[in-house]
Design a protein around this ligand. Structure first.
Ligand SMILES: *Cc1c(COP(=O)(O)O)cnc(C)c1O
Length: 370
């Protein structure tokens, strides 16, 4: 008997986002071996397209096996040695996760806080960078999915570099949804995930690493204690001599290749515009039914819309579950201190269409009247 598979959904939450039929169908192609020359051909094209999305010419740009958290842990683990000083900006849930991982790696972490719902600013990092011992890595999240806020990372990267530190950025909710310019902004290491703005299923974490970050990893006083996510070992598979490292998730590569192909067909600028337009349509429609934006206009993400739950809603989790059960539409609740206070509505991937917004608004209108 076949397993019971889930019902169709419109995914307008913080991720995963809905995947197009073409991307989905590509997964049903037969897997080939992880050393098959045709796989490396496909991989070359995927890596080139990822460079385009990341705005970089970094040689080491790969679809890492694992989700966004794998990218986060991999980048931190390669860059950080126990005892290293690390400065991390935190203006939401995911910045907090970076701190947690860096601490587990034995780093001496200085946390730079900005209020949840506001962006980080370069000036906030200054005191931590001016102290006597050198800082190895400065890190923060570009697009904070927990609050719907964009941080301008170029000035923070510049400040990090002028103080001799490397800069690491989380682009999980920005890559493929808004400009990410790693070379122009001088980002040394950056990771993302395929299931948000890229429009592929979860399971891969695109990462891009600058030569400077690679050199820092190679210059570590001790080799990394981790093995699976060691950049040096990974490079031996993705580049010549293409030595076996682990069995890469070949069928997910098919889906990523198909999703990147859709992005190129749509055009990056066109895609960014679609996200902005759909986001504006959503926020305008919500305003008409008394649901107002949480993040300020100047730092709002086009891919992740945060809105304040109206006081009249006494059971917001119940409303979201009715939305899912009755209309097949998923939206997200708040995280941490914002739990019960905001909704997080993603306009990412194949779900970001005017039609889906009309459906969501109509459903919310009915549910808010109950
Ligand atoms: C979703 C997300 C992550 C984690 O990604 P997973 O794919 O869930 O592991 C990390 N950072 C940000 C900003 C995210 O939105």
């Amino acid at each position: 008997m076949n397993p019971r598979l889930p019902s169709p959904r419109i995914l307008l939450g913080p991720g995963p986002s809905s995947v197009s039929p073409a991307v989905l169908q590509s997964a049903a192609t037969a897997p080939i071996g992880y050393l098959d020359p045709e796989l490396f051909e496909l991989l070359e094209s995927v890596r080139n397209d990822l460079r385009l999305l990341f705005g970089t010419s970094n040689a080491f740009t790969i679809p890492l096996t694992g989700t966004g958290m794998a990218g986060m842990e991999c980048c931190l683990a390669n860059l950080i040695e126990p005892g290293d000083r690390v400065v991390i900006g935190v203006n939401g849930f995911f910045g907090g996760r970076m701190v947690e991982i860096a601490r587990r790696l034995g780093a001496e972490v200085t946390q730079v806080d900005a209020e949840w719902g506001t962006p980080l600013e370069a000036g906030m990092f200054l005191p931590a960078l001016k102290s006597s011992s050198p800082v190895k890595v400065v890190a923060c999240v570009h697009a904070e999915t927990s609050t719907g806020v964009e941080t301008s990372i170029a000035p923070i990267a510049e400040l990090a570099h002028s103080n001799g530190a490397l800069f690491l950025a989380d682009a999980v909710t920005s890559l493929g949804g808004m400009p990410v310019e790693c070379d122009k902004w001088s980002v040394d290491a950056c990771y993302s995930a395929t299931q948000k703005c890229v429009g592929a299923p979860p399971g891969l974490s695109p990462i891009t690493i600058s030569d400077r970050a690679m050199a820092a990893m190679e210059g570590r006083s001790k080799g990394a204690s981790h093995w699976y996510y060691d950049w040096k070992l990974l490079r031996g598979y993705y580049d010549a001599p293409h030595a076996y490292h682990h069995t890469v998730p070949i069928n997910l590569y098919y889906t990523l290749a198909a999703a990147l192909n859709e992005i190129k067909t749509e055009g990056l600028e066109e895609r960014f515009r679609r996200y902005r337009e759909v986001s504006a349509q959503l926020l305008n429609g919500l305003e008409e039914i008394g649901v107002l934006p949480f993040a300020a206009e100047k730092c709002r993400l086009p891919s992740l819309n945060t809105v304040v739950i109206p006081d009249s809603v006494t059971d917001e989790a119940g409303l979201r579950s009715a939305l899912l059960r009755e209309y097949g539409i998923e939206i997200g609740g708040g995280l941490g201190a914002l739990k019960g206070k905001i909704w997080r509505i993603g306009t990412m991937g194949a779900a970001a269409t005017p039609r889906n917004i009309v459906l969501l608004l109509a459903a919310l209108r009915l549910l808010l009247k109950r």
